[in-house]
Ligand binder design. Structure first.
Ligand code: SAM
Length: 441
């Protein structure tokens, strides 16, 4: 396909996605099925265009004189080429030449708007490319900087790897992946960072021998930091209560040097499923997966024997995922206020359920990939009111587990008494909130 034909396809996909309110991944998959002639390069370029348009949806619509919710797919794509791809009017006009499979030529109004491409008078939610209803919650956290925070969340994320120290060191991994030119992480001593190609494509990392042998895992640096700050004690007893596919479980196991016992649980059996194969690949011998059995009130309690025994319980809670918009731009436009209310309720329930496992003097680490106070500092404050036997470990103390880089991280992050908030703008990571609490001895 020519670049112009790919642009037409992106306009079509965005049109379907907006009209039918379906997830981008589903619409792209359907498009691939009904356009078998398109090669993998075409599909990758199409999906990159579609995701870039979703990342910059509000600002791309704005420069074309339109608004989110009422915008035309064509305007969205033209604005994206200008803002996200940096093409000038002539370059965009060359793509839209009206030839077979190419979009219609630009009209005079489109030309003028693309030439001006001004966001000067745009409100914060447009400059920050987030839904208008989230302006107040984001202002509560970031104040005047919310538009810049949003803009950083609208950038593409790099490919972050975590080196699995159970299999080898960072130098060994860097040597094996030298052809991908990995750089060091900013904060995590376990991180390697790989820049994306110009079109946003990531290299096929999961086909690399270093990945297949378990030497590296794909994990955002913010997520890596969260597990490091949780500081699982070597030789200790640790429960990862919301383990999901095991991203943090694997890191905790490596941080524990394979010693002690790490229990991994998730109340969704399907989400937990990949963990078995990942634990094998990582050579994490101290992990015991506890799968839920049964449903509803008759569900078996598979964690009963852990009561009062844990040195550390990690609650990597289900959340709105507002910190991961770089990787999932579709989610930011699909999010509804009801989802926030629902997540806050779930988080409080999980935190309450976690308490019984923490032994006297043990710690509870609460992590979200959300930026919103309701899910972060607000949740911790409410927890401490319900459970006066817990207190927060001050962030200045919690960052010590990062060694020398800890203090710099604290300065870069949003430092609140209840915990640290990482964000793309502040720490060049996904958004993560980490709070460490300790139970009275
Ligand atoms: C943020 S994800 C976990 C990601 C995972 N820790 C990782 O690092 O890859 C949150 C997880 O919490 C799980 N969850 C939701 N409610 C739960 C509950 N009541 N008990 C345990 N897990 C729960 C979800 O199924 C989901 O997998």
């Amino acid at each position: 396909m020519t670049p112009a034909a790919r642009l037409s396809a992106a306009i079509e996909v965005i049109g379907t996605l907006l009209a039918e309110r379906r997830p981008a991944a589903d619409v792209l998959k359907d498009w691939g099925r009904s356009h078998r002639f398109a090669g993998s390069g075409d599909r990758a370029a199409l999906s990159s265009l579609v995701y870039d348009a979703l990342r910059r949806r509000a600002s791309a619509a704005w420069i074309m004189g339109e608004r989110v919710g009422e915008e035309s797919p064509r305007a969205l794509l033209l604005g994206t080429l200008r803002l996200a791809r940096g093409l000038d009017v002539e370059a965009i006009a060359a793509l839209c030449d009206g030839a077979r499979f190419a979009p219609e030529p630009l009209n005079a109004d489109e030309r003028a708007r693309l030439a001006a491409a001004s966001l000067d008078d745009a409100p914060a939610h447009v400059r920050g490319d987030y839904p208008e209803w989230l302006d107040a919650p984001l202002a509560a956290v970031f104040g005047e900087a919310r538009a810049e925070e949003g803009a950083a969340l609208a950038e593409r994320a790099p490919l972050d790897l975590r080196v699995n120290t159970l299999k080898g060191g960072v130098d060994k991994a860097a040597r094996q992946l030298a052809h991908l030119h990995p750089g060091a992480g900013n904060w995590s001593p376990l991180a390697l960072r790989i820049a994306l190609e110009a079109d946003g494509k990531a290299p096929p990392l999961t086909a690399e021998p270093a990945y297949l042998k378990g030497l590296v895992e794909i994990q955002d640096e913010g997520s890596q930091i969260a597990a490091i700050l949780a500081a699982p004690p070597r030789g200790g007893q640790v429960l990862d209560l919301c383990a999901g596919g095991g991203g943090k479980t694997l890191e905790l196991a490596a941080l524990m040097d394979g010693a002690g016992q790490l229990y991994a649980y998730d109340d969704d059996l399907r989400r937990l499923a990949p963990i078995h194969e990942r634990v094998q690949r990582a050579g994490a011998h101290n992990v015991q997966v506890r799968s839920p059995r049964g449903r509803g009130p008759g569900r078996e309690d598979v964690l009963e024997d852990l009561t009062g025994r844990m040195d550390l319980v990690l609650v990597d809670a289900p959340c709105t995922g507002t910190g991961t918009w770089r990787r999932n731009p579709d989610a930011k436009w699909r999010m509804r206020p009801g989802a926030l209310v629902e997540r806050v309720k779930e988080q409080a329930e999980i935190l309450d359920a976690a308490v019984c496992f923490v032994k006297p003097g043990g710690r509870l680490a609460y992590v979200t990939c959300s930026l919103l106070d309701e899910e972060n500092v607000g949740q911790v404050r409410a927890f401490l009111e319900r459970h006066p036997g817990f207190r927060v470990v001050p962030p200045a103390e919690a960052v010590l587990s990062l060694g020398e880089r800890g203090m710099a991280l604290r300065e870069a992050a949003l430092d609140r008494p209840e915990g640290l908030l990482l964000s793309p703008r502040r720490t060049s990571t996904d958004g993560f909130f980490v709070s460490l609490m300790v139970r009275d001895a």
